[in-house]
Write a protein that binds this ligand. Structure first.
Ligand SMILES: [Zn+2]
Length: 422
């Protein structure tokens, strides 16, 4: 065979091989992706998942992640409520500093307006920059399959424009409007669909949010079989996510958290506020009560409430115990009362229906202990000592390679010995 023929034959073989094995630059079917994908960071919240739910024997997938990665007891921030803690997890700041000081708030700078969990006006949220905004500013594509605050046009100082949005704000590049009807499976499938895209349009940071365990905990109480069943259902979805990532050959650093635990409540454990109706303005009641005395009624309200009572203690906001790290924000009401875990503060004795589980108590109460598991290529294996959830943002920042921020209340020290160098 002459050289030219040999070269032609070799070329033909190469072409045939190329036909048999698609070269890397043509898109292969998803299941056969051999591309070396960079790890995606996925922050998963199972709302209201008390740390000890892991011991119920119904969480094989979370237990596997625990065995492969790192875990440790995580304290929520005070108050142990959903919106304050979800904002802490993604900003690294305590509620007193980031401004989401309750699930229901009023703000002296915006009289007549009330924050509820459906409120997306950016001014409520702008005091603390969430991780997805920091990431987007650094050119990292982010996506949020639900997260409290992820639907907010963060940073916009404007009022709502005629077209119904706040101009100039930053959101995750991919996000979903919260809707309880989006099933748990749809949430996982959405995250996997976004990761199935071509590299140029694929998120490198994702959030995933499940609220079912919390809702069932309120309705039936933390020790109910219904909660155990809900825990098993969400664990199965975590398993589906892990399996889906494996099919995509997508390495992932998973950080699985909850915002708070759950305490059993009952209509037999109620503290009533013994105040005339015309003496105060109530902002929120339940595990804690936040209220402002009406003009001229300050002395009466303080005399009645301040100090210790059976199953409740009340303070002026400036005198809230330092360990709670709460009381300087203008959105915190003048008088703050905190119930013992398992007790509820109400204006008057409640009428049915009554919740069987609540949270919002002292963030160091064992019932409020939150879930924390992290697993993936960035993590070694082991247990971290008890830490506060303000430390999760610095961990996420490390995983994404973002610079430190001076206004953050936490740091990555608890995790540093267990992080693999990247
Ligand atoms: Zn919650």
């Amino acid at each position: 065979m002459r050289w030219t023929t040999r070269i032609a034959a070799a070329a033909l073989i190469a072409i045939l091989q190329a036909c048999a094995t698609p070269p890397a630059q043509t898109p292969p079917p998803p299941a056969a992706i051999a591309e070396a994908r960079p790890p995606v960071t996925i922050l998963i919240s199972i709302d209201g998942f008390r740390a000890d739910y892991l011991q119920r024997g119904v969480t094989p997938n979370l237990s596997r992640l625990t065995a492969e990665g790192i875990t440790g007891p995580m304290r929520p921030s005070f108050p142990s409520k959903t919106f304050p803690n979800h904002w802490t997890l993604v900003t690294g700041m305590v509620p007193d500093h980031h401004g989401i000081v309750g699930n229901r708030m009023e703000d002296p700078a915006h009289p007549g307006e009330t924050f509820t969990t459906a409120n997306d006006a950016p001014y409520w949220w702008n005091a603390a920059q969430p991780i997805w905004v920091a990431a987007e500013k650094a050119g990292i594509h982010t996506g949020t399959v639900l997260w409290p605050g992820a639907n907010v046009a963060w940073g916009s100082s404007a009022t709502k424009a005629d077209h119904g949005d706040y101009p100039g704000g930053i959101r995750p590049r991919d996000w979903l409007q919260y809707n309880q009807a989006i099933s748990n499976k749809q949430r996982v499938d959405t995250a996997l669909d976004w990761l199935r895209r071509p590299p140029s349009n694929r998120p490198r940071f994702l959030t995933l949010y499940f609220d079912r365990v919390d809702m069932v905990g309120h309705d039936h109480g933390p020790d109910s079989p219904e909660v155990t069943q809900a825990v098993a259902q969400i664990d199965a979805q975590i398993g589906a996510l892990v399996d889906g990532l494996a099919v995509l050959h997508q390495p992932a650093n998973l950080v699985v958290v909850s915002d708070h635990g759950m305490s059993e409540t009952s209509d037999t454990r109620v503290v009533t506020l013994d105040l005339p109706a015309d003496s105060y303005h109530l902002i929120e009641a339940g595990p804690f009560a936040a209220l402002d005395p009406l003009p001229g009624k300050e002395a009466l309200v303080e005399k009645t409430l301040l100090g210790r009572h059976p199953h409740m203690e009340c303070w002026r906001k400036a005198e809230i115990p330092a360990r709670l790290r709460y009381g300087t924000n203008p959105r915190i009401a003048a008088i703050f009362c905190l119930a013992e875990p398992r007790w509820m503060i109400q204006e008057k004795r409640p009428e049915a229906p009554f919740t069987h589980g609540e949270h919002g108590y002292d963030n160091r109460a064992p019932d409020m202990a939150a879930l924390f598991i992290a697993a993936g290529p960035a993590f070694g294996h082991g247990t971290v000592a008890a830490f506060d959830n303000v430390d999760v943002y610095p961990l996420l920042r490390d995983l994404l390679g973002l610079p430190p921020r001076a206004d953050v209340d936490g740091d990555d020290a608890p995790f540093r010995p267990l992080l693999r160098s990247r």
